[in-house]
Structure formats: C-alpha cells, structure tokens
Design a protein around this ligand. Sequence first.
Ligand SMILES: [Zn+2]
Length: 409
Amino acid sequence: MKDKLKNYLEKNKESAIDLISRLIEIPTVNPPGENYENMVCFLEKECRKIGLSTKKHITPRHVLDKFGIKGGSARISLVADLDAGANKTFHVNSHYDVVPATDKWKTDPFKAIVKGNKIYGRGSEDMKGNIASVLFALKALKDCRIKPRINIQLSFTPDEEIGGRTGLGYLVSKGLVRADYAMSEGYSGNYISTGNKGVLWAEIEVIGKSAHGSMPYKGVNSFERMNMLVKELEKLKTKILKRKTRYNMRNAIFKSPSFVMGGLLEGGVKVNVVPGLTKFSIDRRLIPEESIETAKKEIKDVVKKFNARYKDSKVNVKFVSQGSPAISRKDSAFFKIAGDSIKSVTGKKANFSVMPGATDMRYFIWKGVPALGYSASGGEKWHGDDEFVCIGSLIDTARVFALIMSRLS
Ligand SMILES: [Zn+2]
C-alpha cells in the first residue's frame, strides 16, 4: 500500500503543482482580508471533486466587532467531511489567508512561478502548500481505493495571520468542527510540533509633564523616564531568560522565554517640546512551565516599584493580548502513527518539539484535543520576500497525510 501511494503521488505531482499555483493566484491578503469568498468557492469545488461534503460558516458581525475587524471580505470558513461511518474524526486545519507582499519580490508574488524544484509565491509555504498537500493526499487515497477507517474532516479558515480568533478560534468555540485528533501547520521534514509558547503583549505608557524645550526644569521628560524604566525591565528580562523549559525544542535557544521591548514605540511631538507622554510595547513569550498571571505580575511589580520611587511621573500598563502556552495532550496511538508515517517518508526518526510561535493549533489544544503541527516547507521564508515551497516537500507532506489518514482509526 505504501508503494502504491508513493507511486501515485510521484506520477501525479503535476496536479498538486497546478493546485497550489491556483491557490497562490487568489490573493487572500490579510490585512484587510481579501478574496475570501473566491478562495472558499474554489476550495469547495476542489473538495467536492474528491467526494467530500462541504459546509460554509460565516463569522458573525458581533464576533468581528469584538476582535476589532473592520473592512475586508466576509470571514468565511469551509468545513469538508469524508464520512467513514466511524466513531472518531481526524481533523486537518489549514488557514488560507496570507500576509501582504512587499515590492522587493523578484517575481510577482501572486503568480506561481515554478523554478527547478521550487514554487515561488506568497503563501506557498505559509500555508497554501499544506492545502494542496492535504487535498492531494485525499485524492490519492480515493484513486488508490484506500478507504480511511476514521472520519476525515478538513477546515479551511481565514485570519490566522491576525490571531485566528475570527477563523478557527470561532469554529472551535462554537463547536462547528469535530476532532478526536487534529493537525494544523507546524514543523516539517522529520520535525513535528506538539504545541507552542504562550504570548503576552503589553502596552506601557509613561506619563511625564511637557514643557518648553528651553525650560526643561518645568516639565518631567517621559522619554528619559522610559529609559530608566527600560533599565529596570532589563533586569527582569535577564532573570526570565535564565529559565529553561524541560520540553523538547528544535533549537536550544528556543528553550528559554523571550522578552522584546520597543516593537512599538511612540512619543514626542516636536524637537523643542519636553515629551510628556511616551509609549512602548512588550512582547513576552512564555515557556510551557510559565503562566500568564505570573508573567503579568512580574511586569506589574517592576512598574509598581518604579511608580513608588518616581512620584512626579506615572507609568500605566495595559495587557492588550494574551494566550497561554499550548501543549498537546499526548495520545500514544496518534503520536505513534504520526511519527511512524514521518519515518516511512523521510527515513528519519520523528522529532516531536514545541514551537516558539503560536499557530491555530492552539485552539484545539486548549480544548484538550491531541493536536500536532506539520507543514510542507521551502526556505522557511514565512512572511518574507521570495517565499517558496519545495515540490518534493509538497509531495512528501501529502504522503505523510495520506499515511496518517489510512492508519488512524
Ligand atoms: Zn501560517
């Protein structure tokens, strides 16, 4: 059976290349979220061609309002089912939105360009390649007459690139998807992800007192105060970076939390005005052993001490986004089948690791669903210029998906 699938996928790879090319050429750019209807329409036809039943879900306006989404397409998700009459369902999620492209690309980012074993185009690696792989896997199973013993459900969702709460997050929260096991984007080759770090974003506001530039003693310089505060926060950062997770990570450097200040920086109105208000951001990533509450308290404690010491300025902290670390519940059978399938295809032992960055997989993990992340890969240029996916990886990933689908029950 393994060889039958392998031969089929090799022989028919043109159809996967054609499919990903057509996906790249629907520019689902987010923000603001464009051409979502076209994409879902196209995917619906592709799913029906391989015998899946489909259902569309539109994220309601009040949910979009809650997460501050204005403009762009209606937020549509497609859920497609292959019912095997089984009790359990294996769910594979893909987001179909892509980030914008700069004008630095060597080729048109929304035209798929095949060069050697690479396919260039925005979204080729993140993550339209996976959409092509998973649909190709199902087509292969159908044409090779291999019937899965588990129900298969696919979801194609928008807005992962802006947090996913109005895409997969919405579907999961409303119970519109089924999953006893789930997969979404993640590592590739012989690496597979089991979850991701947590994230906490803060906005820090330093309020001083503005004054004329020639008479600074009449004011309190919020920029200089901010610098003093940043020095205090750096002490916290040094302490935090000494922590190490006991979980397996792909690189040793990922084993520690991270703490980035100044991604956003704002303040000052004019060269001859003492600044009275300066703002900056903190992007704090948490290892699985840390909690959001503790991470918040650590920042608040530094600010509290600072405010007590400098009474003529005031620092406010606002936490603008947060998500706990997400580590999949281990399911021995599912993990073994996924690991063995990867080994069959790559010839290497599968390495289960936690990713630093968050993906939509966390919505399943937070619900307690065993979930793994795996993707077709290229140059790891996610969100960068000249993004590409390797044709070999596209076919190998399809084979991994097909094997997992045929082995799970
Ligand atoms: Zn992605």
